[in-house]
Design a protein around this ligand. Structure first.
Ligand code: GDP
Length: 140
């Protein structure tokens, strides 16, 4: 299997509750390596652009306001089949539907405040990584 990279965000509900380490521990225990990480305050324009695919959805405004409500931690994760592995470790979007042991089952508050974002394809991972990181920040 090939080693790939994916993009992750530790969302405001998790940073607010001091869960950056706890979330990262689940990712690392699950076989992913954090190859880049920074804590940022997302601007409204950044959040709207990042979630542009959802702009017609009824929860778009709420999602953007949530993502700029507190700092987030953006990360690049590396590992075998990293996109799917990260999605497996995250669990379902709605924590009520997430499997035991997943980040969302363990830590998420609701379908909106669900602690983590993870890319859903290799193609989107590359787009999302370059949205927040320059090549020189990816030190491996
Ligand atoms: P993901 O890939 O599992 O993160 O899920 P989606 O791509 O479908 O949705 C993106 C994000 O939008 C989710 O992680 C949630 O934070 C948010 N979201 C999705 N559905 C809802 C909803 O019904 N209500 C609210 N408030 N937020 C939602």
């Amino acid at each position: 299997m090939t080693v790939t990279r994916t993009f992750s965000i530790i969302k405001p509900d998790a940073t607010r509750r001091n869960l950056t380490g706890a979330v990262t521990q689940i990712l690392e225990d699950g076989g992913l390596r954090v190859v880049a990480s920074k804590r940022i305050q997302m601007t409204k324009e950044q959040a709207e652009g990042f979630y542009g695919v959802h702009k017609e959805r009824p929860f778009f405004g709420e999602l953007v306001e949530f993502m700029i409500s507190e700092p987030v931690v953006v990360q690049v994760l590396e590992g075998e089949n990293s996109v799917q592995r990260n999605r497996d470790l995250m669990g379902a979007t709605n924590p009520d539907d997430a499997d035991e042991g997943t980040i969302r089952k363990t830590h998420a508050l609701s379908i909106g405040e669900n602690s983590v974002h993870g890319s859903d394809s290799d193609e989107n991972a590359a787009i999302e990584i370059s949205y927040f990181f320059s090549d020189t920040e990816l030190v491996g």
